[in-house]
Design a protein around this ligand. Structure first.
Ligand SMILES: Cc1cc2nc3c(=O)[nH]c(=O)nc-3n(C[C@H](O)[C@H](O)[C@H](O)COP(=O)(O)O)c2cc1C
Length: 273
């Protein structure tokens, strides 16, 4: 059975009645099909994969073309195990054949300036951290789209920020570099296939001309019900989204160390003025 645009929209929004998109193509179909993959097969990765992913990543836009990001490709089993221990012991970091650590990298521009005996007065600001973080995120997402087009799967690992100094030590990162997130990469397990997780109705995220919060509560109520039904179908605890959001954000302990990011970033050479 072919998957139609309507069935993709139905899965994306958890709404069997979702309308098909009036404008669509194969690229959009692939984007709609995204799901995080947390179980990988033993199938080896294709030759030249890293070059392909990095070319896709480098094709993303970059603020002022500063290209203030880098990526470390980790395949070594012991190093993946140590990174997993630093990132909440998530098993798929160990299981995935490839673990990418995406970096906001302000060290390269600092070295370029050093060679020119120039001081970068515009560098020690929060803006630089955002530049690196945004560049790394756009690059990584391009790589995710590319790898999904090759039949591979991935899951981002924000928990790599639980201890950015520990990760920096493990990866030999210089000053002015911090790990934004990790990405487990591999062929998805056939036995444990990942499912498309529904998103908020568009009424909650799309505003026309000016911000309108009014449609939100109905949209969130609808989503609570749809996401709960999704979890129930998947045999998981059927919390609604609002409950999940509050559970995740009500308590600092859920930051798992990330509440100390500012102090760690400062020690790692970031000026956050
Ligand atoms: C920046 C970022 C960090 C994430 N960190 C983790 C993580 O540490 N562990 C994990 O299992 N999933 C992580 N995820 C995956 C999200 O949980 C997932 O994208 C979300 O639940 C939506 O599911 P989907 O990607 O399957 O659509 C992360 C996603 C992003 C974008």
């Amino acid at each position: 059975m072919t998957t139609t645009n309507q069935s993709r929209m139905a899965a994306r929004y958890g709404d069997p009645e979702a309308s098909a998109l009036a404008t669509g193509n194969d690229t959009i179909d692939q984007l709609l099909d995204h799901r995080s993959v947390r179980a990988f097969s033993a199938e080896p990765l294709p030759d030249g994969l890293m070059e392909t992913l990095v070319a896709a990543a480098q094709s993303a836009a970059s603020s002022s073309n500063l290209q203030v990001w880098s990526v470390v490709a980790v395949r070594n089993t012991d190093r993946k195990a140590r990174l997993s221990a630093l990132a909440g012991n998530q098993a798929y970091i160990r299981q995935a054949p490839l673990f990418l650590v995406w970096l906001a990298d302000l060290s390269r521009v600092s070295r370029v300036a050093e060679q020119q005996h120039a001081e970068l007065h515009a560098l020690p600001y929060l803006e630089s951290l955002l530049l690196g973080t945004i560049d790394a995120s756009l690059a990584a997402q391009n790589a995710v789209v590319a790898l999904e087009s090759l039949g591979l799967g991935s899951v981002y690992i924000g928990a790599i920020r639980n201890d950015i100094e520990g990760v920096a030590k493990e990866l030999g990162l210089p000053a002015h570099v911090y790990p934004v997130f990790g990405l487990c990469v591999g062929y998805p397990s056939i036995e444990l296939p990942a499912k498309v997780k529904p998103r908020l109705p568009q009424a909650a995220v799309l505003h026309h001309e000016t911000y309108a919060a009014e449609p939100e509560s109905a949209a969130v109520a609808t989503y609570d019900q749809r996401l709960g039904a999704f979890y129930q179908r998947e045999g998981m605890r059927a919390n609604g989204w609002s409950e999940q959001v509050v559970n995740r954000l009500r308590d600092t302990s859920n930051l798992h160390g990330r509440e100390h990011l500012v102090e760690q970033l400062i020690r790692m050479g970031f000026g956050l003025r």
